[in-house]
Design a protein around this ligand. Structure first.
Ligand SMILES: [Zn+2]
Length: 91
């Protein structure tokens, strides 16, 4: 049975997009192609690191989302201010 390893992982828009939909195409809206590719790699590496030990990051409860936060993203650790979305790390 799956267990909750961390029930309060707050991630940025970029991480959420890939965690939720495995889709990084939205990055192109803000960045040129090269930056978007670099950013996607960074985010995917962060998610991969978070999921080591066989854990899985899943989208949590949007009730806990923060519309605007200056806290760093728990996944990619960006300090860019913006929305943070609630995720859960399952074991
Ligand atoms: Zn992030």
């Amino acid at each position: 049975m799956a267990t909750i390893v961390d029930d309060h992982v707050m991630v940025c828009d970029d991480c959420l997009m890939i965690i939720a939909n495995d889709d990084a195409t939205g990055l192109d809206h803000f960045l040129d192609e090269e930056s978007a590719a670099a950013r996607e790699r960074e985010v995917r590496d962060s998610i991969y690191a978070a999921q080591r030990d066989g854990n899985t990051l899943v989208v949590g409860d949007s009730e806990y989302d923060e519309a605007f936060s200056t806290s760093s993203c728990d996944c990619c650790h960006t300090h860019l201010a913006g929305a943070r979305h609630h995720c859960v790390l399952m074991g």
